[in-house]
Ligand binder design. Structure first.
Ligand SMILES: [Zn+2]
Length: 396
């Protein structure tokens, strides 16, 4: 029976819900009263006045979820209501993952994202975090945004996409930048060690990042250097840094892909358990709820091709000898079954007809030059394409 609390008044009263309050308390059937944007009451049903009453029979009521791994850095401006998040119960998204954040934007990272979004009629008119945040606040978002600072953005600021080891004055400048930007509202730094220019970061550079994170009591999020043949070594690289610096680590989308690597996931988990037992700051990981990953289509290419940037990669691939060599590499790495499991999810305007198509729809799969044609496609669109990869993947 409802308790007699006739003095209670809410804007919204939700009753008959199955409440999970997120505090690790046991779930219970009850009611919730909201005043303004705050929860004013949660407990047994009460007699009350409310502008709106919702019967949530058969539904679960819980605080919003935090999605620790999002990439809405730019797209949030086009979809500020974030309905794809809200509809999943996500009310906070961590953006700036895998080494790339929306600010600061200099060098090729600015050119790349500015050009890509200009095609979608969205003009990126900021460089610095303050201007990005201001524009975001002006736009207004349907969810809370928790920004990470991208390592790519920091590195590009100093040595662009070049395979330059950071040392001496460059290393000092890099540390100063990380220090400065970590005071602007970021809750951590993200690494994308599988992508250029993250692939060029050596241990000295990573230690400089961890030093700054320690100073600012911030978190490290990491897309590991390798998630397939060398996934164990790549995980160890980060676990050792967690051990040395005692900085909390979030390993992004932990997995092993490629059929022969499936057996590695148990070992990944025991490595995390082993290091976690001694770690004061904590080691966490997230995973996909599906068996595919989405990234740049050019991820199929050896990433060292991008040393110096995208124009440099195009220049290298325009040499027929290099192109043939890379086509041979692709043929070795991906079977035709793999190629038919890679779907184009975004691409340049001129190639929109290929949206949702498989790589094997781009050209005849019996064609001896199949991979040459795929490379030509990437060159034609200036590498502006994402793809969904249904490659053989073992999730944690
Ligand atoms: Zn990633």
């Amino acid at each position: 029976m409802p308790e007699n609390s006739s003095q209670m008044e809410f804007d919204t009263y939700i009753e008959n819900a199955f409440i999970i309050d997120g505090s690790q308390n046991k779930s219970f059937k009850g009611a919730l009263g909201i005043c303004g944007d705050k929860t004013a009451y949660a407990g047994k049903p009460v007699i009350c006045e409310a502008k709106e009453k919702i019967n949530a029979k058969g539904c679960i009521l819980s605080p919003g979820f935090i999605d620790i791994h999002g990439h809405s850095d730019f797209s949030i401006f086009m979809h500020p209501d974030a309905s794809s998040r809200i509809n999943q119960g996500v009310t906070t998204e961590a953006i700036g993952n895998c080494g790339l954040s929306a600010a600061p934007l200099y060098g090729q990272v600015w050119q790349r994202w500015h050009n890509r979004y200009a095609e979608k009629n969205f003009i990126i008119n900021w460089r610095e975090p303050e201007d990005f945040f201001e524009r975001l606040i002006d736009r207004g978002t349907g969810i809370n945004i928790a920004p990470l600072l991208g390592h790519t953005n920091l590195r590009t600021y100093i040595v662009d996409y070049n395979d330059t080891k950071l040392q001496g004055s460059n290393l000092e400048k890099f540390s100063r930048l990380a220090d400065k930007y970590l005071q602007k509202g970021y809750f951590g730094i993200s690494l994308g060690l599988a992508y250029p220019p993250g692939i060029f970061a050596d241990e000295t550079e990573l230690r400089a990042i961890f030093t700054q994170l320690k100073k600012h009591n911030s978190l490290l999020s990491v897309h590991l250097r390798n998630e397939s043949d060398f996934v164990e070594q790549s995980l160890l690289e980060i676990l050792k840094l967690n051990e040395d610096f005692d900085v909390p680590v979030q390993i992004s989308h932990l997995k092993a892909f490629g059929k022969k690597n499936a057996g590695k996931v148990d070992n990944l988990l025991s490595m995390i358990d082993r290091f976690s037992a001694e770690s004061k700051s904590g080691i966490n990981f997230d995973r996909y709820p599906y068996t595919a990953f989405c990234t740049d289509l050019d991820f199929i290419l050896p990433q060292y091709l991008f040393e110096g940037g995208y124009a440099k990669a195009a220049q290298r691939l325009s040499d027929i000898k290099v192109k043939k060599e890379i086509a041979g590499y692709l043929k070795n790495k991906f079977s035709m079954d793999d190629a038919s499991a890679i779907f184009i999810s975004s691409t340049a305007k001129s190639k929109r007809k290929f949206l949702g198509k498989r790589l094997t729809d781009l050209t005849d799969k019996t064609d001896a030059d199949f991979w040459i044609k795929i490379i030509d496609f990437l060159l034609e669109i200036k590498f502006k394409s994402d793809a969904v990869f249904f490659l053989w993947m073992k999730l944690i």
